[in-house]
Write a protein that binds this ligand. Structure first.
Ligand code: AMP
Ligand code: ZN
Length: 113
């Protein structure tokens, strides 16, 4: 399954992406369909289908800490940004490799649609 997984393939550099950050645990790349001036997808290097299957706190926590680092570097840490993990159908998850969206650079509304 991980062989065919889109985000595993990006992690392995089999599919091109604009990588903006990489750690031992995570890769961050620009979303192909950005919803804001900054829209980065942050994924663990290990294949985990969704938050429901996650068991390792460091893997999931690392996504959030890398998001904050990128937000600071992109200059949106003070103005604000949103971090989102969509899980399964009601949240609109479309790629089943857990990922955290970092979205910012514009004013957002709440609640989300
Ligand atoms: P989600 O709907 O939460 O599963 O988010 C999946 C995200 O992956 C969407 O925002 C897509 O635009 C993005 N996406 C899909 N394919 C690619 C790709 N090849 N490179 C970068 N982002 C992608
Ligand atoms: Zn995967």
């Amino acid at each position: 399954m991980a062989d065919e997984c889109l985000f595993c393939r990006i992690v392995r550099r089999e599919i091109p992406a604009t990588v903006v950050a990489e750690t031992d645990e995570c890769v961050a790349f620009c979303d192909i369909n950005p919803q804001a001036p900054v829209h980065v997808v942050i994924v663990p290097k290990v294949h985990v289908a969704s938050l429901n299957e996650a068991t390792d706190a460091a893997t999931i926590g690392g996504l959030a800490l890398l998001a904050a680092d990128i937000a600071k570097r992109e200059g949106i840490a003070e103005s604000g940004y949103r971090t989102v993990i969509n899980t399964n159908a009601d949240a609109g998850q479309t790629v089943f490799h857990v990922h955290l969206h970092l979205i910012g650079g514009r004013r957002m509304t709440w609640p989300p649609g």
